[in-house]
Design a protein around this ligand. Structure first.
Ligand code: UDP
Length: 243
């Protein structure tokens, strides 16, 4: 199935529903197709525009999803509206749920060891049919033990939660070791393990999850200042877009 894409400041986003997108990916996992997904928010788009090596790297991904309401708003500004967000966290939970139903296997890489330990408990409890073939915290200097394990175990899905740009660099470098789904999901391990709270549903439904995160972690202000800059650039793209 061909997925419609929308180009936002040079980054080619999938423009489809969460359900249609995950159906496509689940079929790819069934067929052991090597798949690299980037879940990108406005901050990542700005970063890609400022760092050509990262830009080149994410161009090699199979899919870039709109992880953040800012991307959905940008698509609307560009007259190519999206059905909604496809966030890294929601994809993570959906693939765990689907993987449990289909007896799939996973590898977990990222975050602190205490987070990983709790995450494994949560996954065993909620999705007992999933096989966790290996895991490693995200603070390592030598990746050989990790890559060796992935290569030997050949998990169906590899979840990489190192934050950007590290996680995409890791996936791009090692994805050929196993014909798996490889996806970068930022701070999702912290949230699912219970170490960091995601915004309550009310904030998510009203598209102000970013504000909740800012109030909880004021140190994120610097990162969030990229949003107004992002929207200005999107309007510029709209003005210069050929008819
Ligand atoms: N992290 C990691 N190794 C590192 C740096 C970060 O495992 O060298 C983890 C960190 O513990 C956290 C996640 O990566 O769990 C980054 O979360 P954040 O929400 O900042 O993701 P981003 O928005 O940067 O993708």
């Amino acid at each position: 199935m061909i997925i419609h894409r929308t180009r936002i400041l040079g980054v080619n986003f999938v423009n489809t529903s969460f359900k249609k997108f995950t159906d496509v990916i689940e079929q790819r996992i069934q067929h052991h197709q090597n798949t690299f997904i980037v879940t990108a928010n406005p901050e990542i788009v700005i970063y890609a525009n400022q760092h050509s090596s990262y830009n080149q790297l994410i161009k090699r991904a199979d899919y870039i999803t709109p992880d953040g309401i800012g991307i959905v708003k940008a698509a609307k500004i560009l007259n190519d509206p999206m059905p909604g967000r496809i966030s890294g966290f929601d994809l993570f939970v959906q693939f765990l749920k689907w993987g449990n139903e289909h007896h799939k296997s996973i590898y977990l890489l990222g975050s602190h060891q205490a987070v990983i330990d709790d995450l494994i408990k949560v996954i065993h409890h909620r999705w007992p049919n999933l096989a966790i073939l290996g895991s490693h915290n995200g603070y390592f200097s030598d990746s050989r033990a990790i890559t060796k394990q992935i290569q030997v175990k050949q998990p169906d899905m590899v979840f990489v939660a190192l934050g950007y740009p590290k996680q995409e660099a890791f996936i791009n470098r090692y994805r050929k070791l196993s014909n798996s789904l490889w996806i970068g999901i930022g701070g999702s391990f912290d949230v699912l393990s219970g170490h960091t709270k995601r915004a309550p549903q009310f904030w998510i439904n009203h598209h102000v999850e970013w504000l909740y995160r800012l109030l909880k972690q004021p140190q994120r202000i610097g990162r969030m200042m990229s949003l107004p800059r992002f929207l200005i650039d999107v309007y510029k793209q709209k003005m210069t877009k050929p008819k």
